[in-house]
Design a binder for this molecule. Structure first.
Ligand code: HEC
Length: 122
């Protein structure tokens, strides 16, 4: 009878451990979602020749990544906006001449999102 009372309803500590486990797993997931793979982002920039028109801190034909980061600072949709910008070849204008922006070539969406995060954190 006593055994049933203790184990039948679950030990209270088990419940606490379960809660702790769930919240810790959540924190780990959040940390992973925030982390930027800088090396992968920079390699993608080079592979797509984005550096022809962009640099981290200097204005070229395109805005510096720092300028773009400042533009989207505090805006929740910054990453989504950049993802669209990089994947849909929107029209841009360079010295009065309209052309399509580079449509990025990347192995998957996650690689493009990582690059968007990288740009937004310069
Ligand atoms: C031929 C030059 C050129 C190349 C190559 C180029 N861009 Fe751009 N990019 C521009 C110009 C010009 C703008 C500004 C467009 C505007 O403000 O209308 C721009 C804008 C941007 C922006 C800002 C978008 C925003 O919403 O403010 C980002 C980020 C960006 N480019 C990233 C990249 C990446 C990453 C690559 C490589 C895949 C790349 N660009 C390749 C010229 C270029």
């Amino acid at each position: 009878m006593i055994r049933n009372d203790v184990f039948g309803h679950g030990h209270p500590l088990t419940f606490v451990k379960l809660l702790l486990g769930v919240s810790m797993a959540g924190a780990t997931l959040c940390a992973q979602a925030q982390a930027v793979d800088v090396a992968a982002a920079e390699a993608l920039v080079l592979a797509n020749k984005c550096n022809k028109c962009h640099s981290v801190d200097k204005q070229k034909d395109g805005p510096s990544f720092q300028k773009t980061a400042a533009k989207y600072k505090g805006k929740a949709d910054g990453e989504a906006k950049l993802f669209t910008h990089l994947t849909t070849a929107p029209m841009i204008e360079i010295d009065g001449i309209k052309e399509e922006h580079t449509k990025i070539k990347a192995k998957d969406d996650a690689a493009v999102k990582n690059l968007a995060k990288y740009i937004l954190t310069r």
